[in-house]
Design a protein around this ligand. Structure first.
Ligand SMILES: Cc1cc2nc3c(=O)[nH]c(=O)nc-3n(C[C@H](O)[C@H](O)[C@H](O)COP(=O)(O)O)c2cc1C
Length: 187
C-alpha cells in the first residue's frame, strides 16, 4: 500500500523549491505517494495534510528563522493543533540559506518544536556528517553536517538553476527516502 507524504514548503526566490522537489523525489523513489504543497496554496490542501502519514516542512532561513510566509502557515495550523489532528504523524524538516551556517539550525529547531506542539513524531536526517575530515569533500552527502533535518546552501548571487549544489539535493533526497521508509515501518 502506498503511503501519502506531504511536503509543505515556502520559497521566496526558488532555491528552497529545488530542495523541496529533491525531497519529493526521494519520497517517490521509496514508492510512496508525495504531495508537494507550497504554503501559498495550503488552503486547498488541508485535507491532504489530514490524510498524510507524514508531513515534511521546508522553509528558507530568513533572518535566522523560518520565513514569514512559512510562519503564516504555522499559525494557520493552530485550528488543526486545537483538535490535535496531526497527532502521531511523522514530521521532518529541511531548510536552505545563503551562508553555510546562516543560523539554519534555528529554523529546524523551530520546525521540530512546531511538530511537537502538534504531537507529531520528529524524524531526523539519519546521516553522519560529511566533509569534516581531511578526506572529505564538498560533494559529500550532508556536507553541512546536520542531524535534525536536511540543510542546503545557495550562494546569494546565483539563481535556483545553479544552486544549491548537487550534494545538498542528494542529501534532501535522503530525507525524503528516510521519511517514506519510516512511514512504511510505522504503518
Ligand atoms: C529576508 C531575507 C533574510 C535572509 N536571512 C538569511 C539568514 O538569516 N541566513 C542566511 O544564511 N541567509 C539568509 N538569507 C538568504 C536566503 O536564505 C537565501 O537566498 C535562500 O537561498 C533563499 O531561498 P529561496 O530562494 O527559497 O527564497 C535571507 C534572504 C532574505 C530575502
Amino acid at each position: 500500500m502506498s503511503h501519502s507524504i506531504a511536503v509543505v514548503y515556502h520559497s521566496g526566490y526558488g532555491h528552497t523549491k529545488v530542495v523541496a522537489e529533491a525531497v519529493a523525489q526521494g519520497v517517490e523513489e521509496s514508492n510512496a505517494e508525495v504531495k508537494l504543497i507550497p504554503v501559498e496554496d495550503v488552503d486547498n490542501h488541508w485535507d491532504d495534510l489530514a490524510e498524510a502519514k507524514a508531513i515534511i516542512f521546508g522553509s528558507p532561513t530568513y533572518m535566522g528563522s523560518v520565513s514569514a510566509d512559512f510562519k503564516g502557515f504555522m499559525d494557520k495550523s493552530s485550528k488543526v493543533w486545537g483538535e490535535q489532528g496531526w497527532k502521531d504523524k511523522l514530521a521532518a524538516g529541511f531548510t536552505n540559506s545563503a551562508s553555510f551556517s546562516g543560523d539554519k539550525l534555528n529554523t529546524l529547531i523551530q520546525m521540530s518544536v512546531f511538530a511537537a506542539q502538534h504531537g507529531m513524531i520528529w524524524v531526523g536526517l539519519g546521516l553522519m556528517p560529511g566533509n569534516n575530515t581531511s578526506e572529505g569533500s564538498p560533494e559529500d552527502l550532508n556536507r553541512i553536517g546536520s542531524y535534525l533535518g536536511a540543510m542546503a546552501q545557495s550562494n546569494a548571487d546565483q539563481g535556483a538553476d545553479v544552486v544549491p549544489p548537487n550534494a545538498d539535493k542528494e542529501t534532501a533526497k535522503v530525507l525524503g527516502r528516510r521519511v517514506a521508509e519510516m512511514a512504511a515501518r510505522f504503518q
